[in-house]
Design a protein around this ligand. Structure first.
Ligand SMILES: [Zn+2]
Length: 311
């Protein structure tokens, strides 16, 4: 009996891995109840040579085998749609980087000045100043990024709406709230980074370590912000335009050099309001594991450049 069960499960694993069985197909064979989101067929990425990764954009649908999914976009149009969004991303990245560089320089200079002034006498006073500084800095950060986000929002929404023959929605309010969310992420990351350095550094090394981090904020972090935020915002803005246009379902698509975690989501189709992952969901792949929280759209993680399209 054990052997039977073992080979059965091996068969299921292969079926699931190669994309011809969904979780619910397997549960049905085991006389068990279906689970929410269990009707998804995974796309077997390892069947496609790496140099043809771009072709996945069009081949993905073939493996989904969801007969009842009416796809809004024919496949050639879909590839063009993704290429256009990627082009918009690249075109706007320098604008994001420029805005982030000015913001981060101002932030780093202010912290460095205050550290010199205060930290010798009392580190506790400096940390208290830091806490107050970041209470107010969110508004500055939101303001600094808003022009870049506004023009990006208009461009992405126009393109996304056009893909489904709709008028682009009014974006200003959504972009403003996005800028607020960005500012919250930015200030949280910054404050935690400085607090960690203060907590972890021996006193004699603290000035140098802090100085190095602040220097990286001026030099390297602006490009990271540009990369992360053009990715994140493209998906958020496109999704917003598609919700406004009445699109019901979205599909997750791996675009760049894929990672095992993203591959796990590649091709997944979900209701646009439901999202790809619920809070508490865990994604595993290639020995890695991530608990991403509620995920309405990519990125799954930092550096992820997956995209979504109407399914
Ligand atoms: Zn990804």
């Amino acid at each position: 009996m054990r052997g039977d069960s073992e080979s059965r499960h091996k068969g299921y694993a292969i079926g699931r891995q190669w994309g011809y069985m969904s979780a619910n197909d397997i549960l049905e064979l085991e006389d068990r109840n279906p689970i929410a989101g269990g009707d998804v067929y995974l796309v077997p990425l390892n069947m496609v040579p790496a140099d043809q990764a771009g072709r996945l954009l069009t081949d993905g649908g073939r493996f989904l085998a969801n007969g009842d999914e009416k796809r809004l976009l024919p496949e050639a149009t879909e590839t063009r749609a993704l290429e256009t969004l990627v082009r918009l991303k690249r075109a706007h990245a320098p604008v994001f980087e420029d805005a982030a560089r000015r913001l981060l320089k101002r932030e780093a200079d202010t912290i460095e000045r205050q550290f010199r002034r205060q930290a010798e006498r009392s580190l506790a006073d400096f940390l208290e100043w830091l806490r107050q500084f970041y209470e107010g800095f969110g508004a500055t950060a939101a303001q600094a990024m808003t022009p870049a986000l506004m023009s990006y929002g208009a461009a992405v929404a126009t393109e996304a709406a056009q893909q489904v023959d709709a008028e682009p929605p009014e974006m200003d309010q959504f972009v403003s709230s996005y800028a607020g969310a960005y500012a919250a992420r930015h200030t949280r990351d910054s404050q935690q980074a400085i607090e960690a350095i203060v907590a972890d550094s021996p006193p004699q090394e603290l000035p140098e370590r802090l100085g190095n981090t602040l220097q990286a904020w001026r030099t390297e972090r602006p490009a990271q912000v540009a990369r992360d935020e053009t990715e994140q915002a493209a998906n958020a803005f496109a999704r917003f335009a598609w919700v406004a246009a009445g699109v019901k379902k979205l599909r997750w698509i791996v675009v760049g050099p894929s990672c095992p975690l993203c591959e796990e989501l590649n091709g997944r189709v979900v209701g646009i309001q439901l999202g790809f992952l619920a809070a508490g969901d865990v994604v595993t792949g290639g020995g890695k594991r991530i608990s991403a929280g509620k995920t309405l759209h990519p990125p799954l993680h930092k550096g992820c450049d997956c995209m979504i399209l109407p399914a």
